[in-house]
Design a binder for this molecule. Sequence first.
Ligand code: AMP
Ligand code: GLY
Length: 427
Amino acid sequence: MNILLIGSGGRENAIAWKLVQSPKCDKLFIAPGNAGSQRFGINLPVSGTDFDGLKNAVLQNDIRMLVVGPEDPLVKGVRDFFETDAELKHVMVIGPGKAGAMLEGSKDFSKKFMFRNSVPTARYATFDASTIQDGYNFLETLKAPYVLKADGLAAGKGVLIIQNLEEAKRELHAMLVDSKFGNASSTVVIEEFLKGIELSVFVLTNGKQYVILPEAKDYKRIGEGDTGPNTGGMGAVSPVPFADETFMQKVETRIVKPTIDGLHKEGIPYTGFVFIGLMNVDGEPFVIEYNARMGDPETEVVVPRIKNDLVQLFEDTANLRLDQVRLDISTETALTVILASKGYPGDIEKGKTIHGLETCSDSLVFHAGTSEREGAIITSGGRVLAITSMAPSIEEAQKKSMACANAISFEGKYFRKDIGDDLKGVV
Ligand code: AMP
Ligand code: GLY
């Protein structure tokens, strides 16, 4: 069958790489893709939120499966658009509808959902401009650091963690009254700070059945030793050594199962990924957030460990056959390192020529922010490439990714050299 994949990042490069390995995939199209996705399929100059453009692409190319990478099209209702259009409703869509995507699209909705379904998460309260005084009072009942979250989508920037009470109050005012994050912060969730180690768990579900995919650890800060501003993610590792069987059992019974049951009970249809951001607090898992998609760069380490045919897995998801699926997961460690542009996550310069891409035979080089100019591959975003290596140990996987990261060059190249360091020797 022909498949259309929405997205243009490293996550979609990894999904595309995997989809085309399936004998079930005839032609793969990527909308809009990047320079690297052309290795796996045909790029279409259509944005993921241009639903009419997607419809044309589907009809012209006899597409039977739509795989949605990023959150924007999901929150805007791409699935609902397909389901309610007579010419599109035969297309299998991997990604939840608008109602399900609210798990990511509204922090207040997702916190309420967790409390209704007894999913462990931090204590919280929600405020808008008319209740800002209550917000100040609530902050006074909490201990530092203070966690303020814009309710809506804010391109990964809507969470503030603040040490000082007065500053937290000022930021609450900036979010609610001065629209610091535009409309996204007209409602703000304030929650208790959870102290622990973060990891992400990924679930593929049809709202009734589910499979738990490999977990991963993301490295969010720009600087080595987890310092400096937050980014989309500078690297990732899977598996995560401290996510042992006992811990993952708790994750399944306390979090995954009540989440899927909750969706079912509340009549929220859901076909696609649930990305559960977790905090391991002294061995106990708490949910920090849900996302309605896979993570980036987590996908670049999760997908290479899955040995199953991904197209088959998506079909089994959509056709309610997940109970018959046995996941076959590589026991090797996958480690990815992001090569970023100078200045990221702030202002960056684009258009730098990338050299040495062909030298990395021991690693998978997924493109994130790249495009083509006169036959050369150039940088076109903050995160440029994700270099994934597989090996029996974290040390070896890191060594391979470092060798490749050093072999590739472009002006202003920056990467963290400590991805996975904190997990070495951890059991
Ligand atoms: P989110 O966008 O909700 O994932 O939040 C971004 C980051 O803020 C998370 O990855 C955590 O590192 C941090 N964070 C969010 N909520 C909390 C919390 N309640 N306690 C501690 N850290 C948090
Ligand atoms: N790496 C975090 C995310 O995809 O949201």
